[in-house]
Design a binder for this molecule. Structure first.
Ligand SMILES: *Cc1c(COP(=O)(O)O)cnc(C)c1O
Length: 378
């Protein structure tokens, strides 16, 4: 059996290595490392992939969120509603811009922000909602967009874990996640569903004037070189990363299919076990399984993780401390938020190896050992 990895990028690379080497070698020979055709080409195909008017590349997913909030003109003290059950970057940038993060609870089935909780959290200071399509499952966008419309709020989608996910809105139209809010933000961190070989990120939007501002902010607030209209930052996707992403983007739907098949196989293996809840799949979206995350009931989770590690099976807890309980948010009143579902999930979730290269032999091995421990037979 091949060694089991949480994410197997080596194996994935082997299948595209000659194309990648050729693309990188061309860039090195031309020595145009910043901007240029590779970046323009990827930007155009990424917008097209989303059926969106604009894509704006940047240095990473965290920057994408920050630039989006800057581009929307959010002001210090404005309140931004976001889940606490997410990677810290989502809410960190809110605080970084001197906005007030308002942490809300999630739905225990989808792991995504809970619309009723959003309604309760709205105040006259609320300016935006940041739904996170966590683990590759879309947040309930119809409800979120309706709340946003009623209350005149921006919706900034954190699509870092769900690039390529399809959402079917009530009117029957299929959308890629990241294209329904005013702006969608994603990350090309190597382990993400569409990952490059370093850091990278992007925003997508259908709003022309916002696209203009985002582009400027990512580039020191300038449109014309050395004429700076806005306070911005230096956030670029470099040419090598863009070239790698251009090779991988056409493969993304196939990568997603491999992840979905691996998820189906896990689901079958764990079905019927009363202590294990396998990932829910809402009919409104096509889960892209950035993570395959179980909810355990009545299982010593650390004991399971230790047992798996002894069998050379990696596992991860995403995330061991929810954002609102992180020390960094103490000054923002983080721990004052009462989020029972978030706390409940935080103690029970465990993510198993999930990537495009898993085979049945590996998955059988993982499933058998998880069941052995959970059923008390180890
Ligand atoms: C990865 C991730 C980010 C940040 O992306 P980086 O490229 O690492 O900066 C933001 N939000 C979520 C939900 C993520 O998973």
């Amino acid at each position: 059996m091949r060694p089991i990895r949480m994410v197997d990028l080596q194996q994935q690379y082997q299948k595209i290595s000659s194309e990648i080497k050729e693309a990188l070698s061309t860039i090195m020979e031309n020595s145009t490392f910043i901007g240029g055709k590779p970046v323009d080409d990827f930007t155009n195909s990424f917008a097209k992939f989303h059926n969106a008017k604009h894509a704006i590349p940047c240095a990473n997913g965290t920057d994408a969120l920050q630039i989006a909030m800057m581009g929307l003109g959010l002001q210090p003290g404005d309140e931004v509603i976001a889940p606490s059950f997410t990677y810290v970057a989502t809410t960190e940038v809110i605080a970084l811009l001197h906005l007030q993060p308002v942490f809300v609870d999630v739905d225990p089935k989808t792991f995504c922000i809970y619309p009723e909780a959003i309604r309760k959290a709205i105040t006259p200071k609320t300016k935006a909602i940041v739904p996170v399509h966590l683990y590759g499952h879309a947040a309930p966008m119809d409800e979120i967009l309706e709340i946003a419309r009623e209350n005149n709020l921006f919706v900034i989608e954190d699509n870092a874990q769900a690039t390529g996910c399809t959402y079917f809105s009530k009117d029957g139209i299929a959308h890629r996640t990241g294209t329904m809010g005013i702006v969608g933000c994603t990350s090309f961190f190597p382990s993400k569903n569409l990952g490059c070989y370093g850091d990278g990120g992007a925003m997508v939007t259908n709003d022309d004037s916002l696209a203009d501002r985002l582009k400027m902010i990512a580039n020191h607030g300038q449109k014309k070189r050395y004429y700076h209209e806005l306070i911005g930052c230096n956030s670029r996707l470099d040419a090598m990363q863009a070239a790698i992403l251009s090779i991988k983007l056409p493969l993304l739907d196939g990568y997603i299919e491999s992840r979905r098949q691996a998820a189906d196989y896990y689901d079958k293996g764990f079905s019927g076990n009363p202590k294990i809840t396998t990932p829910y799949r809402a009919p409104y979206c096509k889960h892209v399984f950035h993570q395959y995350t179980l909810v355990l009931e009545d299982v010593d989770r650390n004991g399971l993780a230790d047992y798996l590690a002894k069998q050379q099976i990696p596992s991860m807890i995403y995330y061991p401390v929810p954002a609102h309980r992180q020390q960094m948010f103490a000054a923002f009143g983080g721990s004052k938020f009462n989020l029972p579902v978030t706390d409940w999930l935080t103690e029970r979730v465990i993510s198993l190896p999930m990537h495009t290269e898993l085979d049945h032999e590996q998955q059988d091995f993982i499933i058998n050992h998880v069941l052995k421990y959970v059923n008390g037979n180890k």
